[in-house]
Write a protein that binds this ligand. Structure first.
Ligand code: PLP
Length: 393
């Protein structure tokens, strides 16, 4: 197991606050920040657009980062598209796939808006959507997905880990099932990559979208989209960097990934992401996973022992602890935790209003754990929440 206190030295802000909001965005380690600073000081230039030394170096470093990220996810670099976030990746698929009126998509009530709205919007084009419910702990049963299939089902869009419950979906078996029916699968991996081992060759899903700024510890404005068969898509975004020829009224798209990366990309961000992925790799994803599991399950167990607290989600949660303090609004709880103990937690609907309604609440507090959190921080959280009893009784 790694030394969490040594790791914390790479995240200076952790000396100032108790950061328990890594499901929203993680902190970025010093080596990744330094890699970005080095880009600005030494070789800022555009990607793939120049013969001079700065443009060449920027291009090479960007492509090196792509290779690192692809290797980390066990995917081919040519199928690894760099985006600005998970949301952009999912929209890219929704808007690039050759839908026909009557096509059918299966998704779940557990989805973040980013993996729901792009499909709901396709209803305007005559695409039908079915939303499947999970069980009360936030797990989707494979058989309930199968029951939703029709002859016209083309895609299942499902989260890997729920950002509201912390539950893990059986995306490998869902993919196996879907492929038997010739249905494609998009996995929203915003909360899995970096938090648990993810091998895209092993998962075998058709599309996988994730963020650079969550479990991969990269900067905001970075994301990754894996496309198993890029040729079935007609890139939704075209422009500079996406074509090899333009002849009058026609153009020839570059092969993937270039055809999906229109315009100047986030070059420093991707370089920082490449470096943060190396950082995660060096610590070891299985070690990170067991650390986050241990802290989050301990926090959930101890919080659920408090009479005035209700904890949601399954016992085998990974990293995410949603809860409410009876009689207090989630935003008030979050504000008090911040003001009194400098504890940073998320509160609200977590960009998943249907999921929150499914839970029959209007909001929750969410404490989430990453590789840099400690047992002491679990104590601080539990003690602070325990102290709120005085406000509710
Ligand atoms: C499950 C899930 N999907 C999608 C997103 C959106 O991610 P991004 O902000 O990278 O677009 C999030 C963000 O919290 C998420 O948790």
């Amino acid at each position: 197991m790694y030394d969490v206190y040594a790791v914390r030295e790479d995240f200076p802000v952790l000396k100032e606050v108790v950061y328990l909001d890594s499901t929203a965005t993680t902190q970025t380690p010093i080596p990744a920040v330094e890699a970005m600073v080095e880009y600005f000081y030494r070789y800022a230039g555009n990607h793939g657009r120049g013969a001079h030394r700065l443009a060449r170096e920027a291009t090479n470093r960007y492509e090196d980062a792509r290779e690192t990220i692809a290797r980390f996810l066990n995917a081919e670099p040519s199928k690894t598209v760099l985006t600005k976030n998970t949301t952009e990746g999912i929209n890219l698929i929704a808007n690039s796939y050759p839908w026909e009126a009557g096509d059918h998509i299966v998704t779940t009530v557990l989805e973040h808006h980013s993996n729901l709205l792009p499909w709901l919007r396709l209803q305007k084009k005559g695409v039908k959507v079915t939303i499947v419910n999970p069980d009360s702990k936030g797990k989707v049963d494979v058989s309930s997905i199968e029951k939703a299939f029709t002859e016209k089902t083309r895609l299942i869009a499902i989260n890997h880990v729920s950002n509201v419950f912390g539950s893990v979906q059986d995306v490998k078996n869902i993919t196996k099932l879907a492929h038997r029916y010739d249905i494609k699968v998009l996995v929203d991996g915003a909360q899995s990559a970096g938090h648990m081992p993810v091998s895209l060759k092993d998962l075998n899903c058709d599309f996988f979208a994730t963020a650079g700024h969550k479990g991969l510890l990269g900067p905001q404005g970075t994301g990754v989209l894996y496309i198993k068969e890029p040729d079935v898509l007609d890139s939704a975004l075209v422009g500079g960097g996406t074509v090899s020829d333009v002849d009058g009224y026609t153009y020839v798209l570059e092969p993937s990934p270039a055809c999906f990366e229109a315009g100047t990309p986030n070059i420093p961000g991707v370089i920082g992401l490449g470096r943060s992925v190396e950082y995660v790799e060096k610590i070891g994803v299985p070690e990170i996973e067991s650390h986050e599991i241990r802290l989050s399950r301990e926090a959930a167990k101890r919080l659920s022992e408090l009479e005035h607290v209700e904890v949601y989600g399954p016992e085998d949660r990974v990293g995410v602890v949603p809860f409410n303090v009876k009689g207090l609004h989630a935003h008030d709880v979050a504000l008090i935790l911040d003001q009194t103990r400098k504890i940073c937690v998320r509160s609200g609907h977590h960009c998943a209003i249907p999921t929150i309604r499914f839970l029959e609440v209007n909001s929750t507090v969410r404490a989430s754990f990453a590789l840099y959190n400690t047992e002491e921080e679990v104590d601080i959280l539990v003690n602070a929440v325990e102290g709120l009893k005085a406000l509710v009784s």
